[in-house]
Ligand binder design. Structure first.
Ligand code: AMP
Ligand code: MN
Ligand code: MN
Length: 311
């Protein structure tokens, strides 16, 4: 059932024990939004746990209280509500079984499945962090520098550092407010752009796999499991193909286990969320992802076939 942001805030304010969760393979919006809300609810005197059923990339170590995030290792997590951010039920892993509380879902993905007990969905927003920024006002919490840094991180990462087409005047105003409240933009960009020498060399190896298709309108990096196992990160690789002149759809496909490929897509025009949805994934018009349970070559063929129907 859809609820307003005011109702969302009211539910949080009346609760005592809350669990916050977000998607596996967490990004800056997932972690920034979760920790910003964590800080605000703790300040309001709530008992709050943050659970993420995945490893947290080390690069997010600069986020205040990142160590508060736990894996769902206990048998169960009783709570008044499970607050699910930046995701639908299908990508929170074990948290779904272990926390049986009614779900409050806050999201900006147009492909949200709408299955939460209480849903606040705003697909016009560039990041869940924009909604958390608005929610702060409803909770009557003034963001301190910790909350500001977390929200700024979400805004920045989901907009490609305020460069993608989802960047709006609202995004920039929210970011300005967060800088005023103490977030330092260079802290975020330096932490997230930093790469080891090995990672720079890895990126060069991955770039060698670039293939063009559909007369240069599609370009992809295709990383088989052997190469994948040698890489420390694939973060940002897709930006290397997205910028090729004439490319509409950029793809990063990586075989994370033999026979299982994780796909990221970016586009300049085509609605890639529709393509991702055909494979059980989702996302936004210009940034989407899915997992294809096939070896790399077969997954590539299937993906390119679906892209060709939409381009
Ligand atoms: P990524 O390429 O991982 O940065 O993801 C791009 C967008 O697609 C993000 O908004 C993700 O939340 C969404 N997305 C990625 N993978 C999936 C998936 N398997 N299911 C649903 N949404 C996804
Ligand atoms: Mn996300
Ligand atoms: Mn997001």
């Amino acid at each position: 059932m859809h609820i307003t942001l005011k109702e969302t805030a009211a539910k949080m304010l009346e609760a005592e024990n809350l669990v916050i969760t977000t998607h596996v393979n967490p990004d800056g919006d997932a972690l920034g939004s979760s920790l910003a809300l964590y800080h605000m609810l703790v300040r309001l005197g709530k008992n709050v746990e943050v659970l993420v059923d995945d490893d947290i990339p080390e690069s997010f170590g600069f986020l205040p209280d990142i160590e508060a995030i736990q894996k769902p290792e206990k048998e169960s997590y009783p709570a008044d509500y499970l607050i699910m951010l930046d995701v639908s039920k299908d990508r929170i892993g074990q948290v779904l079984n272990k926390c049986q509380a009614p779900i409050i879902n806050i999201d900006h993905h147009r492909t949200n499945d709408g299955e939460a007990d209480f849903l606040y969905l705003d697909a016009e927003k560039a990041a869940t962090a924009e909604i958390i920024y608005q929610l702060a006002q409803e909770l009557t919490v003034t963001p301190d520098s910790a909350v500001a840094l977390c929200i700024y991180t979400g805004l920045s990462t989901d907009t490609g550092n305020f460069r993608f087409s989802n960047t709006s005047a609202f995004t920039l105003r929210a970011a300005a407010d967060m800088v005023e409240a103490g977030a330092q933009p260079h802290v975020v960009s330096e932490a997230l752009e930093k790469r080891s020498f090995k990672e720079v060399l890895d990126r060069a190896k991955a770039m060698e796999t670039i293939e063009m298709a559909m007369e240069g309108r599609v370009a992809g990096i295709f990383i088989d499991n052997v190469l994948y196992e040698t890489l420390d990160t694939t973060e940002g690789f897709i930006d290397g193909v997205r910028i090729i002149d004439g490319v509409d759809v950029a793809v990063l496909m990586k075989e994370v286990e033999p026979g299982k490929c994780r796909v990221s897509m970016r586009s300049k025009g085509v609605d890639v969320s529709v393509i991702a949805t055909e494979f059980g994934g989702g996302g936004h018009v210009r940034a989407a992802g899915c997992t294809i349970e096939e070896p790399l070559v077969e997954a590539k063929t299937k993906l390119l076939e679906v892209i060709s129907r939409h381009i």
